[in-house]
Design a protein around this ligand. Structure first.
Ligand SMILES: C[S@@+](CC[C@H](N)C(=O)[O-])C[C@H]1O[C@@H](n2cnc3c(N)ncnc32)[C@H](O)[C@@H]1O
Length: 215
């Protein structure tokens, strides 16, 4: 049976409110990116999970509306409760799954970290994410590539190998060049843009990019 985030993780484990990739450094990285491209009025975090980054940035950027989506209802509900307790009215959560998110509106910044690994049609998901970017806005995402596949193949943790099975079979791999072809614009390294090019999580098996959308 395939790994199911709701059934096999959020509904049945004591999950932590961390960021899967880059950990505690990720809110600062996105804040650095905001200052670089301009503070967005609206952000979509797709595959938000416990939403560490939006929870940290929402109070710091009260004029920015954070809209967060995840396929797993439990984490969305837990996030809603926490946002209400904290009085964060610029932070919203909804259940939605890639590649057909069904979100009609556009955002100044669309952010999708550590999520395309789990989507069978990663190419369609990527196009969907870019479609959600408003003119003049930016997509930030990471993606699985052939080095991620090698990392999964060597992993000795059974649950992680199961969760990453699409990557392990090489079924949803992307590359810089393929992303450029699909979106019609050249991706740039997000890690370099936020000064994290030397971080251990910026290894070649976990590339992260940003792609601007012309006005
Ligand atoms: C490894 S966690 C990453 C969470 C967060 N973005 C981070 O960086 O820590 C992957 C998240 O993607 C969600 N997810 C998996 N498949 C998805 C899909 N098809 N559409 C939207 N979210 C999905 C999972 O429920 C999970 O919360």
């Amino acid at each position: 049976m395939s790994f199911d985030w709701e059934r096999d993780f959020y509904a049945t484990t004591d999950w932590d409110r961390g960021a899967y990739l880059g950990g505690e450094a990720m809110p600062d990285h996105l804040a650095t990116f905001f200052e670089r491209v301009g503070v967005p009025e609206s952000v979509a975090d797709v595959g938000c999970g416990p939403a560490l980054v939006p929870f940290e940035l929402a109070p710091e950027y009260p004029e920015t509306a954070f809209h967060c989506y995840d396929v797993a209802p439990s984490v969305v509900e837990a996030n809603r409760e926490r946002a209400a307790e904290a009085g964060l009215d610029n932070l919203e959560f909804a259940v939605a799954g890639l590649p057909d998110l069904g979100v009609e509106r556009r955002f100044d910044l669309v952010y999708c970290m550590a999520t395309l690994y789990f989507v069978a049609d990663a190419e369609r998901a990527l196009v969907e994410l870019y479609d959600m970017v408003a003119p003049g806005g930016t997509l930030v995402c990471n993606y699985p590539n052939r080095y991620t596949k090698a990392w999964v193949t060597e992993d000795t943790d059974d649950q992680r190998r199961e969760a990453f099975e699409l990557v392990g079979r090489g079924e949803n791999l992307l590359s810089y060049d393929r992303i450029g072809e699909l979106l019609g614009h050249t991706p740039r390294s997000y890690w370099s843009a936020v000064g994290a090019g030397d971080a251990d999580y910026a290894r070649r098996s976990s590339p992260a990019v940003y792609v601007r959308k012309p006005v």
